[in-house]
Design a protein. Structure first.
Lengths: 630, 385
């Protein structure tokens, strides 16, 4: 059993991961929303599958990627989107808008109850109020808004988004859109004739002109609200909304095949004609794979990526690995330890798949925003931890990998609330060289700092609360921490200076004392303090650990804290909500430092019988390759 | 005594104290940016020898913390002294030496940049030609003798001189300028505006119709102070020409005559004239399809330098500056519906220092930690916890 246990764990985990790789099949007698979800559209400057649009939009509006209904049914994001696009009267009754702020509820005369999701129908009487209140809040900087103002603005934005989506592929009041389009095309030649007659000064039928003018006005309105750009132009560089394409129809007299397909598909969905819907989806996908082969390939891949959901799955596996590694210190050491290591290898493969997929989809180096920095920090820390685990084989590296992997991915998960995490980059960031060097080096430095802090926490927890911190373990932990701090120093320093060089290239100043720059240099300075204190013999094992934990505080300030100041060139990711979490984290780290500062006699691992050797003797450690006394 | 001093100067403890002090300073300076703005915080915390309390006013001030320049200088001395005292040649120490040599280059370069680098802006609308750049952070009172049809003779009085107040005399000016009032930041109102109770501080020119309301210093990244001064012009012989209001908000220069010559008076951003001119031909601002996210800014400019017989077109865009005669032009921003391009102009004689320093330090760290890593893996023993 002991021999096979690690392999069994790996096998089960692998089977579980593999299950998510098989694409879902459409149910019989149901519209094929899986295929529908793979159709490419252009939103936010990027071509993406409808599935991604559905997931991100539902995340913004609803806060989650699925929508439970009152009758217990749970709608997928793409199902919600399809209903919103083609059966708006049904979608209007879905409890999709999330309102938690009691003042916002009070504005509508509602009391705070266990309900927090509301439908458009319920909100309709208050739309004007929401719009006015939201507009006022919008005038303030995000730092200045109160909780109520942020909430009402979010609600307003969610309503606008849902309204724009609804009017993306057809006007929401359209019933038989294909028929409407036929009428439109049929009305164009007589209107053109009337226009020519008018130019020549002959008598003309004004009603013919008016009927086309009414259509055009309708489609212009449609194009001004459209959220999706669904129609690739002939050269493929520019995408148009359905409204714009229909306005162009006046000149060409022809309706774009994609517009036509969407119209038929929508009508079929609306009337519950699954067969026609599925046929039209196939026709659309055929058209795209012929006309837009690259976009189609990419969007199909993105669909798979959405479906595999590598980061959520990795999260679960990291927790499992962490627990296995921790239990290995209590009992059944070898098999549990092995199992944790194998499991982590699988997880890091999945994590890497996610990271590389994002790079492929975005055609960018791994870190482009706060979300991806969290993913990358976790990835880097797990790799270094696994190397440590491979060298020391004592479960410490594995525990660190599990804990940091899980924590960073959960942070990433909470950063994804603003919608598309593969957003386009501001002009000044539009350079792959610097993103690949400066940003990657800096985030690797963050990874290493957090890893050093994690190792130090393991040292303290095991030392103070358990008897498991033997001298050998303490020494190896201390050597690991020291090595990781060195690694962090190198990457933080190089990353910071590269950032300076980038700034010199784009703004003409190497150093501008921007908050994010200051945060980075704080890390470098703290590393320098740790190393010099160690080299000068001012600290030993315990001092090193306490300082490494303080490194967590410095790094979290640099990573998140400076963004909360709301000033400077790097304040790209302001999140007020995260502030209490950050403060909580810092306090917890201070608490760890305080615990570590307790007299050694109180540490369970170092408690000695009276007359035995002083616990201090256990803490002598000379880092390798050092010059003593300098 | 001397030995003791040398011991302190070369000690590792001093290094650590300096590093920790630098961290505290940077932390405080970063937090204070919320209220002071980047520029002001930078002046108070980083580009100073001491952080003073209270920070403003002419009254009693005490230094409460060493400023960036002091900490940097002490670190530099500490580094140099420690190496001078303890330097010994050994391969195992080579990485450390290299790292510290790089840091010396970086610190010295940083100090040099702080002292000698000049940043300014060149604001160009399409078709504009300019042979000067402006510093939007510093104003000057320009007194311009326009009587010569060939050229204008400009006498510029820096803001710092105005702030000091008193009487200003200069050999190019046949009159004295007495600073009657000076406002670091202000708001101007028309006299006839309702609710205005202040009196005008000027009695000549359009400024006589305007009242000045003092305002607190601007702190936002995109805000700036509106400097206003009331100056009395007193010719060497004869009676006073009255008090004039000079403010960036007043726009067009005000004109007066004395000594048979015509003068213009204008408060404007400090100018740096160049021996060449720059003309904006075209400014483009691309966005991603269907969004407002900027994709690229680019300015096509013509550079004309008669001295060096240069006349060519240059494209300045994101991350691709123009470097010319020791100055670097960067695409910094735009205004007025994309019709005006703002170029940042930087003269930094020590811009190369960080590049060199980075390579030297990185090489040093790599060598040192590589050396450790070898020792580290040699010593490691598989340990079961």
């Amino acid at each position: 059993m002991k021999r096979f246990f690690p392999w069994l764990v790996l096998l089960f985990a692998a089977a579980w991961v593999a299950a998510s790789w098989f694409p879902p099949k459409a149910e019989r007698d149901q519209p094929d929303l899986v295929a529908f979800g793979k159709i490419p559209v252009l939103v936010g400057g990027r071509i993406k599958p409808l599935d991604t649009v559905a997931r991100n939009s539902l995340l913004i509006v609803h806060g989650k990627q699925t929508l439970p209904l009152a009758n217990g049914e749970e709608l997928t994001a793409i199902r919600w989107l399809a209903d919103l696009l083609f059966r708006p009267e049904a979608a209007d009754d879905y409890p999709v808008f999330v309102i938690q702020n009691s003042e916002v509820l009070g504005l509508f005369g509602w009391e705070q109850s266990d309900r927090k999701y509301f439908s458009l129908t319920e909100l309709t009487p208050f739309l004007k109020q929401i719009d006015e209140q939201g507009e006022q809040a919008d005038k303030l900087e995000s730092v200045e808004r109160s909780a109520y103002q942020s909430a009402i603005l979010n609600l307003r934005n969610a309503l606008i988004l849902s309204q724009r989506l609804k009017n993306s592929l057809r006007p929401e009041d359209a019933h038989d859109f294909s028929k409407e389009l036929q009428a439109y095309v049929a009305a164009i030649p007589p209107a053109a004739q009337a226009a020519r007659q008018r130019e020549k000064g002959e008598t003309f039928d004004k009603s013919k002109l008016d009927s086309v003018a009414a259509f055009i006005e309708r489609y212009e309105n449609l194009s001004s609200t459209a959220y999706l750009l669904a129609i690739p132009s002939t050269n493929g560089a520019q995408w148009l909304s359905i409204g714009e394409s229909l306005v162009q129809t006046v000149r060409t007299g022809e309706i774009h095949p994609v517009v036509q397909a969407y119209a038929r598909l929508g009508d079929a969905y609306h009337s519950g004609d699954q067969q026609t819907f599925n046929q039209q989806v196939v026709a659309l996908r055929d058209w795209f794979s012929k006309e837009q082969p690259t976009a189609t390939k990419r969007t199909s891949f993105e669909f798979l990526f959405n479906h595999v959901d590598p980061f959520t799955n990795s999260m679960a596996l990291y927790v499992l690995a962490f627990l296995l590694a921790c239990f290995s210190w209590l009992a059944w050491n070898r098999p549990l330890n092995r199992a944790a290591f194998y499991l982590l290898l699988l997880t890091i493969a999945l994590h890497t798949f996610g990271l590389v997929s994002r790079m492929y989809l975005q055609e960018r180096p791994p870190v482009t925003n706060l979300y991806s920095s969290a993913i990358f920090i976790g990835w880097g820390a797990v790799i270094v931890s696994l190397i440590l685990e491979r060298i020391f084989r004592d479960g410490i590296g594995a525990a660190c990998a599990g804990a940091i992997g899980f924590i960073t991915l959960i942070i990433a998960h909470h950063l994804a609330g603003s919608g598309d995490t593969l957003e386009m980059l501001q002009a000044v960031l539009d350079t792959n060289i610097w993103l690949a060097t400066h940003v990657v080096a800096i985030t690797t430095g963050y990874s290493a700092m957090f890893l050093a802090g994690m190792l130090a926490m393991i040292y303290i927890i095991r030392g103070v609360f358990t008897r498991s911190l033997k001298k050998e373990t303490a020494d190896s932990l201390s050597r690991m921490t020291y090595g990781v701090v060195c690694f962090a120093t190198l990457f933080s320093f190089v990353g910071t200076v590269l950032g300076g060089i980038w700034a010199d290239q784009s703004w003409g100043r190497f150093w501008g004392w921007d908050p994010k720059e200051n945060g980075a240099v704080l890390i470098v300075l703290w590393c320098a303090v740790i190393l010099h204190a160690r080299w000068g013999g001012f600290i030993r094992q315990r001092g090193l650990m306490i300082m490494a934990i303080f490194g967590n505080i410095v790094t979290s300030f640099s990573w998140f804290g400076v963004n909360m100041l709301g000033v400077g060139l790097h304040s790209y990711g302001f999140m007020q909500k995260a502030f209490p979490w950050l403060v909580g984290f810092m306090i917890s780290q201070l608490a760890f430092m305080a615990v570590a500062a307790m007299p050694l006699e109180r540490w369970r691992s170092f408690r000695v019988a009276p007359g035995g050797p002083s616990p201090k003797d256990k803490l002598k450690f000379v880092p390798p390759g050092l010059v003593e006394g300098t | 005594m001397l030995r003791k001093l040398i011991n302190v100067i070369t000690s590792l403890k001093l290094t650590i104290v300096c590093l920790v002090a630098a961290m505290a300073l940077i932390f405080a300076g970063t937090i204070s940016q919320v209220h002071l703005g980047i520029w002001e915080a930078q002046q108070r915390y980083f580009q100073s020898f001491f952080v003073w309390w209270p920070a403003e006013g002419n009254g009693f001030q005490i230094p409460i913390f060493p400023g960036g320049h002091l900490i940097g200088a002490v670190l530099l001395i500490n580094l140099l002294a420690a190496h001078a005292k303890r330097f010994q040649w050994a391969w195992r120490k080579f990485g450390i030496h290299l790292t510290h040599a790089g840091l010396i280059i970086m610190l010295a370069g940083g100090l040099f940049t702080d002292l000698f680098a000049v940043e300014s802006h060149m604001r160009l609308s399409t078709g504009d030609t300019k042979n000067y750049s402006e510093d939007p952070r510093r104003m000057e009172l320009a007194v311009i003798d326009t009587s010569n049809p060939e050229f204008d003779q400009v006498t510029a009085i820096p803001e710092a001189v105005l702030r000091r107040g008193g009487t200003i005399e200069h050999k190019s000016l046949p009159f004295r300028i007495v600073v009657r009032h000076y406002y670091q930041n202000s708001r101007l109102h028309m006299m006839n505006e309702s609710g205005v109770t202040l009196k005008s501080v000027a009695n000549q020119g359009p400024g006589a119709q305007v009242v000045v309301e003092p305002a607190p210093r601007a702190t936002g990244v995109n805000e700036r102070d509106l400097v206003t001064a009331a100056v009395e012009i007193i010719p060497a012989k004869g009676a006073s020409l009255g008090t004039w209001l000079a403010s960036d908000a007043l726009g067009a220069p005000q004109t007066f005559s004395t000594d048979g010559r015509t003068w213009q008076l204008v408060m404007r951003p400090a100018r740096y004239y160049k021996p060449y001119s720059v003309t904006l031909q075209k400014f483009t601002h691309e966005r991603y399809v269907g969004t407002d996210i900027p994709k690229n800014f680019a300015s096509t400019v013509t550079l004309i330098d008669p001295e060096r017989s240069v006349n060519r077109n240059v494209l300045v865009y994101m991350n691709h500056p123009l470097r010319y005669r020791g100055e670097t032009y960067y695409q910094a921003g735009f205004e007025k519906d994309d019709r005006t391009s703002i170029l940042q102009v930087v003269r930094n004689p020590s811009f190369i220092a960080p590049y060199v320093a980075c390579i030297v330090v990185a090489a040093g760290l790599l060598m040192q930690f590589g050396y450790h890593l070898v020792g580290f893996s040699r010593r490691r023993r598989p340990v079961m916890a």
